[in-house]
Design a protein around this ligand. Sequence first.
Ligand SMILES: [Zn+2]
Length: 381
Amino acid sequence: MPRMGEHGRTSCRSSRRQPYPAGRSCTPSYPVVIQEIQELTRHIAQQGIPEEPFLANDFICGVLRYTTFAKRDEPRDAMNAITTLDDNWMGQPKSIGAALLESDGHRAIVDPGPGSTLETLRKELRAHGASVNELDAILLTHIHLDHAGATGALVHENPRLAVYVHKLGAPHMIDPSKLLASAARLWPDNLHELFGEMVPVPAQNLRILEGGETITLGARKIAVAYTPGHASHHVSYFENLEGTAFVGDTTGIRIEGHSFVMPATPPPDIDLELWAGSFASILERQPRRLFLTHFGFSENPAAHLAQFRDRLHRWMAMTEKILASASSDEAAMASFMNTARAEVAEHLPADDVEQYIRTAGLNLSFLGLARHARKRTQAAS
Ligand SMILES: [Zn+2]
């Protein structure tokens, strides 16, 4: 049996320190390295291997991860890795990425992706020495098809998979008919081509989250936080060994290798007031890096969130202004898309502009913001 389990509503506060102490250099000089190795050796001799490699700086932590902690017959990187699996959605690399978490022989996937990329996911797993049957868990940030669509098919292939999902998303994993009907309104022409099948998940495989839980995966502890805003049932996962936060779509779209961060705000749940609380929850946990489904790692969470929050609020204000003066919904959407596209093009080369716009679904972002704007107006009147 896998040692995957929930520890109830354990408080996460005690483990919410940074993985490495603030103010320590990441590029230590040679004498500092020697001194820290000596300190660490003394600590291990007196008290054993620390639960987290918090005693030393990044360099030492790296050394520890790959040497001291490893059993001789197993390379540490294979035992305790976080790997991006590129779903190569619609033949486009770096559009949708799943994360493979490994720890002491236990494996979980964060957001496997849509049903249409299942075969690519299997190949990616094989390329990293794993298979669907060796997975213990799927951690869903939210149930949108581009994140969770493949889940049911994976569970049918491996019935011992535990699927972690927020309580508001869980009913739609058991019966995806409403979710699929609402997706069909957004993509009336090519839903199946884009996202493939979404197979129901048996209720007994679901592990229902509210936020505040801690999940154990081998040596890793993964704290769960409720992070609505993009979706009412969105959660984020905070892994303790490397300080990685798996934030789904809570911090927008930023394709690895670029610094530009773009909102993705599809209907029906967009809510900027709730979203503000989610930004606070993420920053409070001081992650060392973010993992975004679209796409990959972002190494400076505070700067990333500041840029994202600023653009999200500006695009919201732009939507409200356009809606106040546009002659029709179609004209409003066209105006929004022209202005947003011009802003993206100021920051990125032409090919990347198109990839961002396709991945984020810019037309849907307008619809989500417009819906939120109308709700705000109704609430105020
Ligand atoms: Zn997404």
